[in-house]
Design a protein around this ligand. Structure first.
Ligand SMILES: [Zn+2]
Length: 509
């Protein structure tokens, strides 16, 4: 009964405009109300530190430029620090009044360069790919809303504006020391249902950081922290000049911010220089299906998760699987499909190509299934860490020790006399120091992770990134007479398609 009254009250609060909520806080009755009232007081102080409600509500548009070094978590070349930094450049023009944005993003990391501009200003929002010189529509309205929501978290002002709008969801989390200074912390829920914790410096009232939660494959529930610093006054408000991101306590981004509040929006502001760019289809995850590459050789496309493929190879009395991307839940789906596709044979081996987070998140359920992990020697600590990770899944419910076999001399051959899979370490390369590929000599199929990816919309590759070039060289040096290239991401390609993409002329040359 009590909970029903509380729920009704919360609903009423959520539907009440901001000013009315503040007026009601004189006689708080429940813990939720008291928590909300103290969060409102902290929010008010922060709003004042940023120039007051009127100044914040007068923000019609912002331009945010970022020039940063990045160390994406579980994406470095090496397993252990020191990690080599990548580069991240961003240039956002966000028109809040008309829900328009132009966002250029360039990232160079792990031998792969991404460079695109997403533009939602006209009737048909598009994404320009500056590497392949193509443009494609957004996959749907949800993708545009999702990107708009992400841009609304790029500045403290925009976070505070959302907290004001969503004050029915405000809750105080108490006080916490951050970087040696006391902070008042509150949380709120954004319109896209994201719970955000906001740290307000108790002295200055400035927003020092906000946090969201995510599940890390090695350490379980963790905070993703976005830290703003080095504030300077500009016009009626203050803006940060430094941005830092941390994930699971690790620094993942550190850069300089250049912020303009209410920049001039000229007629050309939403133009993108893309003369000669070719149209391409929307980029959507490949459909879920089991692709039979050869007799007893199956690619489980998008079964473990969107854009997460797994290779299953049938031997006389067992199955060997290459790669465990995604999550334990994804692996459970993959295991079920492998049982259907190759009935009555246990999964004896799970091969891990490299240590990156998106390639190892599903390892635990293969361990629970009784499979032995095969990988390169440098990956031992990461496999042991993932086996011990505090993740709620089958391995947690039915613990069993991890069995690990490491390649020796850069090779391991799996064979039962008639079927052979050669696991070959082609590292070091621009992506990782150690990198296994699976080569099936009789079927002339190679399976790899991140060394070659066909975009899901089949757009051109453009100038091949360093990781692709190093892969082509490795195939040549090894003298593999490849017919087909399958991968963890993207669709299977023929060797002719691979050569065409690798020979694509540099459009700028
Ligand atoms: Zn990778």
């Amino acid at each position: 009964m009590l909970s029903r009254i509380t729920a009704a009250l919360m609903l009423a609060l959520a539907a009440t405009p901001a000013s009315a909520v503040h007026a009601q806080t004189g006689n708080p009755e429940t813990l939720v109300e008291r928590s909300q009232a103290s969060a409102c007081a902290v929010l008010d102080r922060a709003v004042n530190a940023f120039g007051g409600k009127a100044a914040l509500r007068a923000i019609a548009a912002v331009r945010v430029r970022l020039d940063a070094q990045i160390w994406p978590r579980l994406q470095a070349r090496s397993v252990a620090p020191p990690f080599e930094p990548g580069v991240d450049e961003q240039d956002l023009l966000l028109d809040l009044r008309n829900r328009r944005f132009r966002y250029r993003w360039r990232q160079v990391e792990g031998g792969i360069e991404r460079h695109s501009t997403s533009l939602a200003a006209f009737r048909d929002p598009v994404i320009y790919n500056h590497r392949s010189r193509t443009f494609r529509p957004f996959p749907g309205p949800a993708a545009i809303d999702g990107e708009f929501a992400a841009h609304q978290r790029r500045l403290p002002h925009l976070i505070l504006l959302q907290a004001l709008e969503r004050d029915g969801t405000l809750r105080s989390l108490g006080q916490e020391m951050f970087e040696g200074r006391p902070h008042d912390v509150f949380s709120f829920v954004t319109a896209d249902s994201q719970q955000i914790a906001v740290y307000i410096n108790a002295g200055s009232g400035l927003l020092s950081k906000y946090e969201t939660l995510f599940v890390d494959p090695l350490t379980g529930d963790e905070a993703s922290e976005v830290v703003f610093a080095d504030y300077v006054r500009t016009g009626a408000t203050v803006v940060p000049r430094t941005l830092r991101n941390h994930e699971a306590g690790e620094l993942t981004l550190h850069g300089r911010l250049a912020v303009e509040i209410n920049p001039d929006i000229t007629a050309q502001a939403f133009e993108v220089h893309a003369a000669g760019y070719a149209p391409a289809g929307p980029s959507r995850p490949l459909p879920e299906r089991v692709e039979r590459l050869a007799d007893g050789v199956f690619l489980l496309q998008s079964v473990a998760g969107p854009q997460h493929n797994v290779l299953a190879v049938e031997f006389r009395d067992h199955v060997a699987v290459v790669e465990a991307p995604g999550s334990s839940a994804g692996t459970e789906r993959a295991i079920a499909r492998i049982r259907e596709t190759i009935p009555g044979k246990p999964i004896r081996y799970i091969v891990m190509t490299h240590h990156h987070g998106d390639h190892i998140g599903g390892l635990r359920s293969f361990i629970a299934e009784g499979a032995t992990v095969i990988t390169t020697p440098g990956n031992r600590p990461i496999v042991e860490a993932i086996a011990a990770a505090p993740i709620r899944d089958r391995l947690a419910a039915q613990p069993r020790p991890v069995r690990l076999e490491l390649t020796e001399g850069g090779r391991r051959i799996l064979t039962d006399g008639s079927r052979t899979v050669e696991l070959i370490d082609i590292g070091p390369n621009p992506h990782t120091h150690e990198m296994l590929i699976a080569w099936l000599p009789r079927e002339r199929i190679v399976f790899q992770g991140d060394m070659f990816i066909v975009p899901s919309n089949d757009a051109p590759t453009g100038t091949p990134p360093d990781s692709f070039v190093s892969f082509a060289r490795a195939l040549e040096v090894l003298g593999l007479d490849v017919r087909q290239i399958a991968g963890v991401h993207g669709r299977t390609a023929t060797i002719e398609e691979f050569r065409d993409r690798m020979n694509a002329a540099d459009p700028d040359s």
